[in-house]
Design a protein around this ligand. Structure first.
Ligand SMILES: [Zn+2]
Length: 84
C-alpha cells in the first residue's frame, strides 16, 4: 500500500508514554501526538512522512533506531528527510 493517508489518534489519558518527538507514527498509519503537542500541519506532514517511510523503506524501524543510536535524534536522516 502506498497511500499517504494516516489516522490521527489520541493516547488514553493515563496511558501516554514518553515520546521522543512531538508525535509517533506506527506502521498501521496511526499517528499519536504527544499529549502536550501543538497540532499543526507541519507536525502532521512530518508524521505522515514517517508513515511513508514505514511503507517504502525496507527495515525502516530498525534503520531508524540505528540512526538514532549512531547520530542522535536531531541528526537522524529519517527525521531530516521528513522535514525536507
Ligand atoms: Zn519524526
Amino acid at each position: 500500500m502506498s497511500s499517504r493517508r494516516a489516522i490521527l489518534r489520541a493516547w488514553p489519558q493515563a496511558a501516554a508514554p514518553p515520546i521522543l518527538g512531538r508525535a509517533v507514527a506506527f506502521p498501521d498509519r496511526t499517528i499519536f501526538p504527544a499529549p502536550d503537542a501543538q497540532l499543526d500541519p507541519s507536525l502532521l506532514l512530518h508524521e505522515v512522512a514517517h508513515v511513508h517511510q514505514f511503507q517504502h523503506v525496507t527495515g525502516f524501524p530498525a534503520l531508524y533506531l540505528w540512526e538514532n543510536l549512531r547520530c542522535g535524534y536531531q541528526a537522524n536522516r529519517f527525521e531530516r528527510e521528513d522535514d525536507a
